[in-house]
Design a protein around this ligand. Structure first.
Ligand code: PLP
Length: 355
C-alpha cells in the first residue's frame, strides 16, 4: 500500500437514477416533470445575451433570491439558493450538523442523507418508519444533533400532517430541523410559514420536480436570517460562484410565471389520482402518495421481474434492491399518454403471466 492511500477519504457514493438516452422511451424513474418549463423561461432564454457570460455571475444570486422572497412573502435575508437542493442540503449538513450527538433521519428516506452524514463524518441514527411506512414523531423526541426528513417522504410519497411537523420542530428548539419539501407542491401543506415562528426550522425546496427544471440545478432554503447567514458564510468559504448566470435568470423567470406552474402541477395531481385507480385494478398496493410518484408493490409478481420487463420495453421506473423496499417500484407520474402506455403494457404482461 502506498503511503498516501491511508489519507484518501473513502466514501460509498449516492447512486442517482439512470438517465437513459434516445427517444421513444418512457422515463418514469427520477421524478422529473413531464411538462416543459414555464413559457416565461423560454422567452428569457431567447433574450439572454451571451456577452454577459464573460463576467462572473452575481455571487449572491440577488435576482433569484428576490423573486423567491416575493413569491413566499419573506425577506431576502431569509432565502439561500444553491445548485439544486442537493447542494443546499449538503451545505446545511456542513453548516448545522456539527454536534457529537447523532443527527436523526428516517431509516427509509432519501438515501443521500446517509451519504452526506458519512462524507462529513456526522454521527447519525435512523429511527424506523412504522409498518405502514409512516414517520413516528415520537422517535424524534430524544437527544440529537439535528433532524432532517422529506415531506412528503421519499420514496414512499407519504405526507406528515403539518401539526406533526410542527410538533417535531417545537420539541427540538435546541436543534436545527430541516424539512426537505422537494414534493410539497403536489398537494401537501408546507411548513414554510412556520419559519416565521421557529428560528430552528429550515425548509428546503427544489426547481427539479414541480418547476420542470432539473437540468438547471436550482434549489433553495427558507429560514431565520441567522440560519441563512450561517449558510452563506459556509458557502463563501467553499465556492463563491456556485450558481451560474442562466440558472439565476431562468429561475427568476420561472418563479414569476405562477399561473403556468399551478396548471401543470394540477395536471400531475389529476394524473396521479387516476394512476392510483389503475394501479389498484392491476393488483398493486401502495402508500397514499402526495408526491409526483407512486411507490407500488404487486400482489403476486415480484417487483424485480416487473422492473426488468418494463425496462425491456424502454419503460424506466426506479427499483431499490434493499430490504423492505425490494418488492416495490417507484413510478414517477408522467403525462396521461405515458401512463396509459405503462398500464397497457402491465395489463398485457400480467394477463399473459397468469395463463
Ligand atoms: C429530488 C430530490 C432532491 C434533490 O433535488 P435537486 O434539487 O435536483 O438536487 C432532494 N431531496 C429529495 C427528497 C428529492 O427527492
Amino acid at each position: 500500500m502506498k503511503g498516501w492511500e491511508a489519507n484518501i477519504r473513502k466514501v460509498v457514493p449516492y447512486v442517482p437514477g439512470e438517465q437513459p438516452q434516445g427517444d421513444r422511451l418512457i422515463k418514469l424513474n427520477t421524478n422529473e416533470n413531464p411538462y416543459p418549463p414555464a413559457p416565461g423561461v423560454e422567452k428569457a432564454l431567447r433574450e439572454m445575451d451571451p456577452d454577459r457570460f464573460r463576467k462572473y455571475p452575481d455571487p449572491a444570486s440577488a435576482e433569484l433570491v428576490e423573486a423567491l422572497a416575493d413569491y413566499h412573502g419573506v425577506g431576502a435575508d431569509q432565502v439561500f439558493v444553491g445548485v439544486g437542493s442537493d447542494d443546499v442540503i449538503a451545505m446545511s449538513f456542513l453548516t448545522f450538523f456539527n454536534s457529537e450527538k447523532p443527527v436523526l433521519f428516517p431509516d427509509v428516506t432519501y438515501s443521500f442523507y446517509k451519504v452526506w452524514a458519512e462524507l462529513f463524518q456526522v454521527p447519525y441514527e435512523t429511527p424506523a418508519l412504522d409498518g405502514a411506512f409512516g414517520i413516528c414523531p415520537e422517535d424524534y423526541r430524544k437527544e440529537n444533533g439535528g433532524i432532517i426528513f422529506p415531506n412528503p417522504n421519499a420514496p414512499t410519497g407519504l405526507l406528515l400532517p403539518l401539526d406533526q411537523v410542527e410538533a417535531i420542530v417545537r420539541e427540538n428548539r435546541d436543534s436545527i430541523v430541516i424539512v426537505d419539501e422537494a414534493y410539497i407542491d403536489f398537494g401537501g401543506v408546507s411548513a414554510l410559514p412556520l419559519t416565521a415562528r421557529y428560528d430552528n426550522l429550515l425548509v428546503v425546496r427544489t426547481f427539479s420536480k414541480s418547476r420542470s427544471m432539473a437540468g438547471l440545478r436550482i434549489g433553495y432554503a427558507v429560514g431565520d436570517p441567522a440560519l441563512i447567514g450561517a449558510l452563506q458564510d459556509v458557502k463563501y468559504s467553499y465556492n463563491s460562484y456556485t450558481m451560474n448566470l442562466p440558472s439565476q435568470i431562468l429561475g427568476a423567470a420561472a418563479v414569476r410565471d405562477e399561473a403556468y406552474f399551478r396548471s401543470t402541477v394540477e395536471r400531475i395531481i389529476e394524473t396521479r389520482e387516476w394512476a392510483k385507480e389503475e394501479l389498484g385494478k392491476l393488483g398493486f398496493s401502495f402508500p397514499d402518495s402526495m408526491a409526483n410518484f407512486i411507490f407500488a408493490a404487486h400482489e403476486s409478481v415480484p417487483a424485480a421481474e416487473l422492473y426488468e420487463a418494463l425496462r425491456a420495453e424502454k419503460i424506466y421506473v426506479r427499483y431499490f434492491k434493499q430490504p423492505r423496499l425490494d418488492n416495490y417500484l417507484r413510478i414517477s407520474i408522467g403525462t396521461r399518454e405515458e401512463m396509459e402506455a405503462l398500464f397497457g403494457f402491465l395489463g398485457r404482461y400480467l394477463g399473459e403471466r397468469k395463463r
